[in-house]
Design a binder for this molecule. Sequence first.
Ligand SMILES: *Cc1c(COP(=O)(O)O)cnc(C)c1O
Length: 356
Amino acid sequence: MANQWQGVLREWADVLDVTDASTVVTLGEGGTPLIESRALSSMTDARVLVKFEGLNPTGSFKDRGMTVAVSRAIERGAKAIACASTGNTSAAAAAYAAAAGIQAIVLVPEGRISMGKLAQSVVHGARIVQIRGNFDDCLDISKELAEQYPVHLVNSVNDDRIEGQKTAALEIIDVLGDAPDMHIMPVGNAGNITSYWRGFSQAETAGTATRRPRMIGFQAAGAAPIVRGEIVRDPDTVATAIRIGNPASWQQALAARDESGGYIGAIDDAGILRAQRLLASSTGVFVEPASAISVAGLLERHAAGEIPAGSTVTLTVTGHGLKDAAWGLRLEDGSDATPESADADTAQVAQMLGLA
Ligand SMILES: *Cc1c(COP(=O)(O)O)cnc(C)c1O
């Protein structure tokens, strides 16, 4: 195993404080590729690179934080972990709990998570409760469970998760040799933008980067409390992973924006789905709708004249498209994509393809 990537706790041991190596719970998360997108670069006159976090073990960046949170929980003797989730946190919690041999309890808003994500929690053996309420209700209940019963909370308010997630920013610096000029990412509960800002800031202080990027965040238009400056009571968007009306790390997101001279904006659902298709068809990277907002955001900033020519722009695409593959089969006009049929006849197929 010497040459295999060892997961973020071991690979980034110098910046994460690992107290006891014997309790590390890992599935080899992190070390995801930073992919240069020629198509997006030429559309924006910039150098655009995509950090594909869908390639983590459970298909989202949540694994980076979960390895730290679950390892700590084990260190403290926990027999169960609990979280509220829009889907990806529960998938990660379920997988890492399974790896650790403890119980995961996940609370999800009823009818509001993708089937792919729910399937992950089920197959990993989590106890799943669909709450008739929104994400915030799930969060309140999981906090109360942790206060009143012997379970360890692994929600995004858990600082171990913020710590683990900062390693993605460090990997970007590692590959580029310095921080990018600008970093663009989705914002839901705002834990991840908090993590990246912490990672970029610590790298500058440590001298592994000479600068920090402008931090650019995007929320879905139907779930944009930070942009609107007020809690959204009934957030609504196809981007379920960022359907959050009252972000847990709201203040930290504002700090990342303001300290970096950044920006937080909103994109409507049609723009999100167009960007999902564009990234998949132009760059070969299939992401879930919440992740595609980074691409939509890049185009929005370019249209606003806010991307200086020649600058280096990194985008985090947070989760894999296969989580909710149904979006891939829906065409822009709302109809379903049905492949054409042909007889088992080469000449007919060639003609249909315009080859003959
Ligand atoms: C969790 C998640 C987000 C939002 O991250 P926050 O830390 O809540 O801002 C975005 N995209 C995907 C795929 C996620 O799983």
